[in-house]
Ligand binder design. Structure first.
Ligand SMILES: *Cc1c(COP(=O)(O)O)cnc(C)c1O
Length: 854
C-alpha cells in the first residue's frame, strides 16, 4: 500500500511576527551570504545552531523556540541590528547600479543564465565544484551590477555527495537529502495560487515540472524539479541527483534544464532575448527557442535559427573531450524523434548539429558542438583555454585558420564579497574607503594598498591564519570522533598545526591531472622542508574525488597515510568534505596556495583568485588564469609553462621545481623578519599580489566583460533580426539559400601579386584576382587577401586580412577585384586569397562549406 498517497501534507512555518518578520525576509534573499552584517545577525541568534544548520538561516529560524523569539524581541541591541540589516537590504535593492549608469537603463535586454549546477552557499548544496561556484558568483555579481538577468538550474534532492574518510583514508560518500522546506525556496504559483508547473513530453516519457525560486539579491534564480506526486517513480528521479545516473538520465536532465528551462520562463511570463549556456549541458535550450519562434511567428527552422543564434552565448569550460557530454545518435532519436521533425529537420540535419563534421557518422552527438553551432558568441574561460578550445573545436569551422575561429575568451573571476574575509575587508575599508566594494575593477582605488602599514597587513594575515588553524583543529577533532578514535588520538587534534607557521593550502577536486601528490614524491625532502626548526612549514589539504574515480581516491588515501606518519603528524592535515565553507576558511587563512595542474588541463581555476583577494600568495604551474595573473613580483610560477611528451618526466621535473622554489625562495622569504617580527619583503609581495590581481580577477570584471562583449552585442543583433516581424531574419535565410545554391559556380580564375622576389619592408604590393562569380551579384561576395609571415611549417602566423575591392567587369561573369598589401614586417611572407558570401547588412558570412581558398 502506498501510504504517501493517503498523507495529508502541510508545512509548518516559524511564527515571526511584527518586526521579527524581517528575519524571514533576509533569510529568503541569498544577499545575506555576502553581507557580513547579515551573517553576524544570524550567528548572534544562536551561534551553535547556526553552525549545526550549516549556516542555513531558514532552517535555523524554523527550529527556534517561541521563547527564544520572545527574548530576541525584547533585546534592543539585537532589534537595532536587525533593523539596520533590513534597511541595508532595501537600500541594496533600490540603489543605482553599474548597469543603470553604463548600459542604458531603459534597455529591454533580458538575459537568462543556464547552468547544471550553482554554488551560492554551503547551505544550498546543489553544486559539485568550480563550474557551480562560478555560476553562483556570476549571479551574485549580476545582482551587484544590476544586470537584467535570471538564473535557471535544477533543484536536486541530493546535491553532490558529502565526503568522509575511513581509518585508512579511503573516501566514503554519503548523499543527504535536501529538505526543500528548509531551504530559501519559494514555490512559484499561478494566479489562482496553485503551484505553477508544466508538462514535458519526450520519447515515451511524459512528466510535470515544478518551478521554485531562490532570490539572489536582485536576481531571481529559478530551479526545476520533477519530484511531483503526479509523475511516475522513474520521472520523479530525474532531478534526484546532481550528475547522478547514466547517460539516459543525463540527457533527461539536460532536456529538463534546456527545454524545461525555456518553458518555465515562459510560464512565468519571462521571454529572455539573450540566453547564456554555462557549459554545453544547457544547449537544448537553443532548439526550444527556435521551436517557439517558429510557432509564434510562423517562421521556418532556418529563419528562426538566425534569430536564436544571434541571441545565444556559450561558455565552454573544459579542455578535455572526456569532460564533455556526448550522446549516441540512437538516444537522441529516442527522445527527440518527434521533436526534431516538428522543427522540420531530417534525422541527418538534426544529428549533424551535434557533430563537428555533420557528415561524419562516426561522431556522436556532442552538446558543446550543438552549443557552438547555435550561439553567436562563444568563449573559453582564460586566454590559454581560449587557444586550447580553438584547437579542440577547430573542425567545427574547417576552413578557418585557428586564430580566426569565432571562439574568444573571457577569463573567470570570483565574487569579492563572498570570498574575502571580514578582517581583510575592514582593513581595506579603513585604507581604501568603500569604492573598491562598488567598483572592484577600478585600478586606481587599489593603488591605495600601498598606504596600508606593513605591520597592520601582516597582523590581519596572522589573525586569519589563526582562525584557519582553529577551524582545521575543530574539523579534525570531529573527523576523529566520527571514526571512533581514542580519547588520546582525539586530544592530539588540538595540537596539530601551529598558527605561527608558514601555511600552504592545497584544496581542489582530486582529479589526476591536478596532481595532488606532486609534493609527496620525495617524502624525506618534504620532511626536511616541513620540519625545519628555524623555518617550519605546514600544509592543509582538502578535496573530493569523483565517486567512480579510483585513482583520485587513491591520491587522497596516499596523502592521509603520509599525514599519519609521525614526522608529518603536526604538519600535514587533510580536512574532509571540501565545500564552500571549507574553501572559505582555507582561502582566507593560508599564506601560500599551491596549484599543480598538468598544463593545459586547468581551464581557468578560481580558488587561487579567492586566495589573492585575501592577501595569500599563489604558487602555481603556469596554467589557466595564472598565465595572466602571474608577474615576477606577485607570487611564484612553477616552471615556465613547458609541456613535455612524457607525463612522468614532467611530474618529476615539476615536483623538483616545487621543492626548489619552497627551499630557495618561498620559505626564506617568509621567515626573513625585521626586528618587529614583520616580514617586510613578504608583505611587499602580498601588496603586489593584491594590487595586481584584485582589480582583474573578480566576477564583477567578468560579468562586465560578458555584458559588454557578449550580452549587449547579442541583444543588439537579436533585435535587428526580430524587428519588423523578423524581416531581416527572413531575408537573410532566403538570401543564404540563394547564395549557397549559386556558390558551386564561384571560382578563382587568376591571382596577380606583383612582387619581385624580395620586397622592401614598408612597401606595398598590388594584388588582384579574376573571379568567376556565376549568378552571385558582385556585392554579395567578399574577396579577401590573407597574408603574413610564414612559420617554420610554412603556415601563416597571425595573418592579416585585406579586402579586395571590385574593379572591373571582365564579361562572362568574370570580375576583377584588387587592392594593395602592405609589408610591415621582414621575413618570408605568404599570401592567400579567399572568397566567402557577404551580406549587405551583416557583412561576411562564414558557414562551413562556403569558403574558397586560392
Ligand atoms: C573555488 C572552488 C572550486 C574551484 O576551484 P579550482 O581552482 O577550480 O580548483 C571548487 N570547489 C570549491 C568548494 C570552491 O570553493
Amino acid at each position: 500500500m502506498d501510504f504517501s498517497k493517503m498523507l495529508h501534507k502541510f508545512t509548518v512555518v516559524p511564527s515571526l511576527t511584527g518586526e521579527l518578520a524581517a528575519l524571514q525576509r533576509i533569510a529568503y534573499n541569498m544577499w545575506w551570504c555576502w553581507e557580513p552584517d547579515a551573517i553576524n545577525l544570524f550567528r548572534r541568534i544562536d551561534a551553535e545552531l547556526w553552525q549545526a544548520t550549516r549556516h542555513n538561516p531558514v532552517e535555523m529560524l524554523g527550529i527556534l523556540q517561541q521563547t527564544t523569539l520572545e527574548v530576541l524581541k525584547s533585546d534592543e541591541g539585537f532589534m537595532a541590528h536587525l533593523r539596520m540589516v533590513n534597511e541595508k537590504l532595501t537600500e541594496y535593492l533600490q540603489s543605482r547600479t553599474w548597469f543603470d549608469r553604463n548600459c542604458n537603463g531603459g534597455s529591454k535586454m533580458k538575459v537568462a543564465y543556464f547552468s547544471m549546477e550553482f554554488g551560492l552557499h554551503e547551505s544550498l548544496p546543489i553544486y559539485s565544484g568550480g563550474l557551480g561556484i562560478l555560476a553562483g558568483d556570476h549571479l551574485k555579481s549580476a545582482s551587484d551590477l544590476g544586470i537584467p538577468l535570471v538564473g535557471v538550474g535544477l533543484l536536486y534532492r541530493q546535491g553532490y555527495f558529502r565526503q568522509y574518510l575511513n581509518n585508512e583514508g579511503w573516501q566514503q560518500e554519503i548523499y543527504p537529502e535536501n529538505d526543500f522546506y528548509n531551504l530559501p525556496l519559494v514555490m512559484e504559483r499561478d494566479d489562482s495560487g496553485a503551484p505553477l508547473s508544466f508538462l514535458l513530453e519526450f520519447g515515451s516519457r511524459k512528466f510535470h515540472v515544478r518551478i521554485w525560486r531562490v532570490q539572489v539579491g536582485r536576481v531571481p534564480f529559478y530551479l526545476l524539479d520533477t519530484n511531483l506526486e503526479e509523475n511516475s517513480r522513474e520521472d520523479r528521479l530525474i532531478t534526484a541527483q546532481l550528475y547522478g545516473g547514466d547517460q539516459e538520465m543525463r540527457i533527461l536532465q539536460e532536456i529538463v534544464l534546456g527545454i524545461g528551462g525555456i518553458r518555465a520562463l515562459r510560464a512565468l511570463g519571462i521571454v529572455p532575448n539573450v540566453c547564456h549556456m554555462n557549459e554545453g549541458h544547457a544547449a537544448f535550450l537553443a532548439l526550444e527557442r527556435i521551436r517557439l519562434l517558429m510557432e509564434a511567428r510562423g517562421l521556418d527552422y532556418k529563419e528562426a535559427s538566425e534569430i536564436v543564434r544571434a541571441g545565444n552565448v556559450f561558455t565552454t569550460h573544459t579542455p578535455v573531450e572526456a569532460g564533455i557530454d556526448h550522446f549516441p545518435a540512437e538516444l537522441l532519436e529516442k527522445y527527440f524523434g518527434r521533436y526534431y521533425r516538428g522543427l522540420g529537420l531530417s534525422s541527418e540535419e538534426f544529428i549533424g548539429l551535434g557533430r563537428q563534421n555533420p557528415r561524419n557518422v562516426q561522431e556522436s552527438f556532442c552538446m558543446a558542438v550543438l552549443a557552438l553551432k547555435l550561439a553567436g558568441h562563444t568563449n573559453g574561460v582564460s586566454q590559454l583555454h581560449g587557444e586550447v578550445s580553438r584547437k579542440m573545436w577547430k573542425n567545427t569551422w574547417p576552413e578557418l585558420p585557428e586564430e580566426q575561429l569565432p571562439l574568444t575568451s573571457i577569463t573567470n573571476g570570483v565574487h569579492t564579497r563572498t570570498w574575502m574575509s571580514n578582517h581583510m575587508a575592514s582593513l581595506l575599508v579603513r585604507y581604501l574607503g568603500t569604492r573598491w566594494l562598488d567598483d572592484p575593477t577600478d585600478h586606481s582605488v587599489w593603488r591605495r594598498i600601498a598606504r596600508i602599514p606593513d605591520a597592520e597587513l601582516w597582523r590581519t594575515q596572522q589573525s586569519c591564519r589563526e582562525k584557519l588553524v582553529d577551524f582545521a583543529r575543530r574539523r579534525l577533532k570531529e573527523q576523529l570522533i566520527k571514526v571512533g578514535a581514542t580519547i588520546k588520538e582525539i586530544s592530539t587534534a588540538e595540537e596539530v598545526l601551529d598558527p605561527e607557521v608558514l601555511t600552504i593550502g592545497f584544496a581542489r577536486r582530486f582529479a589526476t591531472y591536478k596532481r595532488g601528490t606532486l609534493l609527496m614524491r620525495d617524502l624525506d625532502r618534504l620532511a626536511r622542508i616541513l620540519n625545519n626548526t628555524e623555518m617550519p612549514v605546514q600544509i592543509i589539504f582538502a578535496g573530493k574525488a569523483h565517486p567512480q574515480d579510483h585513482e583520485g581516491k587513491e591520491l587522497i588515501r596516499q596523502i592521509v597515510q603520509v599525514s599519519h606518519q609521525e614526522r608529518f603528524r603536526h604538519r600535514i592535515v587533510f580536512i574532509e568534505d571540501y565545500d564552500i565553507e571549507v574553501a572559505r576558511h582555507l582561502v582566507q587563512g593560508v599564506d601560500v596556495w599551491l596549484n599543480t595542474p598538468l598544463r593545459p588541463m586547468e581551464a581557468s581555476g578560481t580558488s587561487g583568485m579567492k586566495v589573492a583577494f585575501n592577501g595569500g600568495l599563489n604558487m602555481s604551474v603556469l596554467d589557466g588564469w595564472w598565465c595572466e595573473g602571474y608577474q615576477a613580483n606577485n607570487g611564484w610560477a612553477i616552471g615556465k609553462g613547458e609541456v613535455y611528451e612524457d607525463t612522468e618526466y614532467q611530474n618529476q621535473v615539476e615536483s623538483r621545481a616545487t621543492y626548489d622554489l619552497l627551499e630557495k625562495e618561498v620559505v626564506p622569504h617568509y621567515y626573513d623578519r625585521g626586528s618587529d617580527g614583520v616580514p617586510r619583503a613578504w608583505v611587499a609581495t602580498m601588496k603586489a599580489s593584491l594590487l595586481s590581481l584584485c582589480p582583474v580577477f573578480s566576477t564583477d570584471r567578468m560579468v562586465q566583460e560578458y555584458t559588454e562583449r557578449s550580452y549587449q552585442p547579442a541583444f543588439a543583433q537579436w533585435g535587428k533580426f526580430v524587428a519588423d516581424d523578423c524581416a531581416l531574419a527572413i531575408e537573410v535565410a532566403g538570401w543564404k539559400e540563394r547564395i549557397f545554391k549559386a556558390w558551386p559556380m564561384v571560382r578563382i580564375e587568376q591571382v596577380d601579386a606583383e612582387a619581385s622576389d624580395a620586397v622592401a619592408v614598408g612597401s606595398s604590393i598590388p594584388v588582384s584576382a579574376h573571379i568567376m562569380l556565376g549568378d552571385i551579384p558582385k556585392g554579395d561576395i567578399a574577396v579577401e587577401g590573407y597574408f603574413g609571415v610564414l612559420d617554420s611549417t610554412g603556415n601563416i602566423q597571425g595573418g592579416e586580412i585585406v579586402t579586395l575591392d571590385h574593379q572591373e567587369d571582365l564579361g562572362n561573369s568574370v570580375h576583377r577585384f584588387g587592392s594593395e598589401i602592405e609589408c610591415r614586417f621582414c621575413g618570408r611572407h605568404g599570401f592567400m586569397l579567399r572568397l566567402m558570401p557577404r551580406h549587405p547588412v551583416l557583412g561576411n558570412i562564414y558557414e562551413p562549406g562556403y569558403l574558397i581558398w586560392g
